[in-house]
Structure formats: structure tokens, C-alpha cells
Design a protein around this ligand. Structure first.
Ligand code: UP5
Ligand code: MG
Length: 195
């Protein structure tokens, strides 16, 4: 079975990871966060990309796609090898720019279907507040005001145009992400796939 993919996009701290965990509880999807995979690779002993990834993340820049796509496709392969019924994926935080999108198309074209993009729509102010609040305990090197300004800038300059491209194809399902964790309602976006 070909992997069926939902891209999950939105600003830093919009709640992508939080809501993906809830989706996984209710629907048969596997959550793959590109950011989490990159952070794990950064921490992996002997990784040739550890320092590069660390620098990009702190600067709010987007890691070259060759690195990210390798991690994503490996994670998808491993999941499907373990259980061939696990072919639905939430790919969280990717594709973030044109380089990401082209890299995905080059490697995954014909091998995976992108069903839609789940877009977590949230103001920059709310995004920044959430990340600063999380920064008190997260230990993330990019949950500080300086990195956050860069992350927001990268999001507006590079990621929004990708969302707009998918919008033109009618593939975006928008979620109001500014509400509380329990009020953010992703159910409608998924129910229509199961009817
Ligand atoms: N929270 C969540 N929902 C809330 C709600 N409704 N109301 C109130 N609070 C809410 O949530 C963030 C915080 O807000 C948490 O404390 C949560 O409890 C609270 P979370 O669910 O973690 O939000 P999320 O959107 O996942 O935020 P995250 O910080 O993960 O978003 P980013 O997109 O910035 O981070 P990511 O990990 O995807 O990427 C980090 C960096 O990695 C990038 O900046 C980039 O440098 C690099 N990267 C790449 O280079 N390439 C990639 O493909 C991916 C990442
Ligand atoms: Mg996240």
C-alpha cells in the first residue's frame, strides 16, 4: 500500500504536535514530526549532521531537504515494515519551503499520495507566547525570543507560500488554532476521509 500523507503546517507553536497526538488517538495515523526527527538526529552520536542541524534550528533556518527527506522516508519505511496497515502518516512541520517541496517531489513522487494539508492558523503573537511559555521548561534551543523572531520570519517568508500553493490546488483544510487545546477541532477534517 502506498503511504497516504497529510502535511501538517502552521507557525511555530501553533499546536501542530499537540493536535497530531490527539488525531493519532482517534484515527489510524502515524505522527512524524520533521522537527522531532531532526532533533533526534542532532542528538545521535556519530551523526555527521548534528552540528549543522543544531545551527539551523537555533537560527530558525530550514535544514537542507536531503537530510530531512532521508529521515522522513526512513521513518515511513520502518513504520510500514513493522505493520503494513500503518500507511497513513501525519507529516508535521514539513514541507516548509520550496527546497523541501522540490525534495519531496523528487524522492516521493509516485511513491506516496499527499491527501491534503492541515493548516493550523494562529496569530504570530499567540505563537510566540506559547513557545516562550514552553521555553521555561522545554529545553529547546529555539524557544527564546531571539530564535522565535527568526522562526516567525522564516515561516512568513518561506512556509506561507507553500501553504498558498496547496490552497490554489484546493488541498488545504484550515483549523482555527488560536482556541484552547480542547476547543481546537480537527475532527471534521478527518471524518470526511472515513465516509
Ligand atoms: N499549546 C498547544 N496548543 C495550544 C492551545 N490550543 N492553546 C494553548 N496552548 C497550546 O505547542 C506549542 C506549545 O503551545 C506547547 O507548550 C503546547 O502545550 C502549547 P506544540 O503542539 O508543540 O506546537 P507546534 O506547532 O508543534 O510547535 P513547534 O514549536 O514544534 O513548531 P515549529 O514548527 O516551530 O517546530 P518544529 O519542531 O517543527 O521545527 C523546529 C525547527 O526545526 C525549525 O525552525 C527548523 O529550523 C527545523 N526544521 C527544518 O529545518 N525542517 C523541517 O522539515 C522541520 C523542522
Ligand atoms: Mg512541533
Amino acid at each position: 500500500m502506498k503511504p497516504q500523507v497529510v502535511f501538517v503546517l502552521g507557525g511555530p507553536g501553533a499546536g501542530k504536535g499537540t493536535q497530531c497526538s490527539k488525531i493519532v488517538e482517534n484515527y489510524n495515523y502515524t505522527h512524524l514530526s520533521a522537527g522531532d526527527l531532526l532533533r533526534a538526529e542532532r542528538a545521535r552520536e556519530g551523526s555527521e549532521y548534528g552540528q549543522l542541524i543544531a545551527n539551523y534550528i537555533k537560527e530558525g533556518q530550514i535544514v537542507p531537504v536531503e537530510i530531512t527527506i532521508n529521515l522522513l522516508s526512513k521513518a515511513m519505511d520502518e513504520t510500514m515494515q513493522e505493520d503494513d496497515k500503518k500507511f497513513r502518516f501525519l507529516i508535521d512541520g514539513f514541507p516548509r519551503n520550496e527546497d523541501n517541496l522540490q525534495g519531496w517531489n523528487k524522492v516521493m513522487d509516485g511513491k506516496a499520495d499527499v491527501k491534503f494539508v492541515l493548516f493550523f492558523d494562529c496569530s504570530n503573537e499567540v505563537c510566540i507566547e506559547r513557545c516562550l511559555d514552553r521555553g521555561k521548561s522545554s529545553g529547546r534551543t529555539d524557544d527564546n525570543r531571539e530564535s522565535l523572531e527568526k522562526r516567525i520570519k522564516t515561516y512568513l517568508q518561506s512556509t506561507r507560500p507553500i501553504i498558498e500553493q496547496y490552497e490554489k490546488q484546493g488541498k488545504v483544510r484550515t483549523i482555527d488554532a488560536s482556541r484552547s487545546v480542547d476547543e481546537v477541532n480537527v475532527a471534521n477534517s478527518f471524518h470526511c476521509d472515513y465516509t
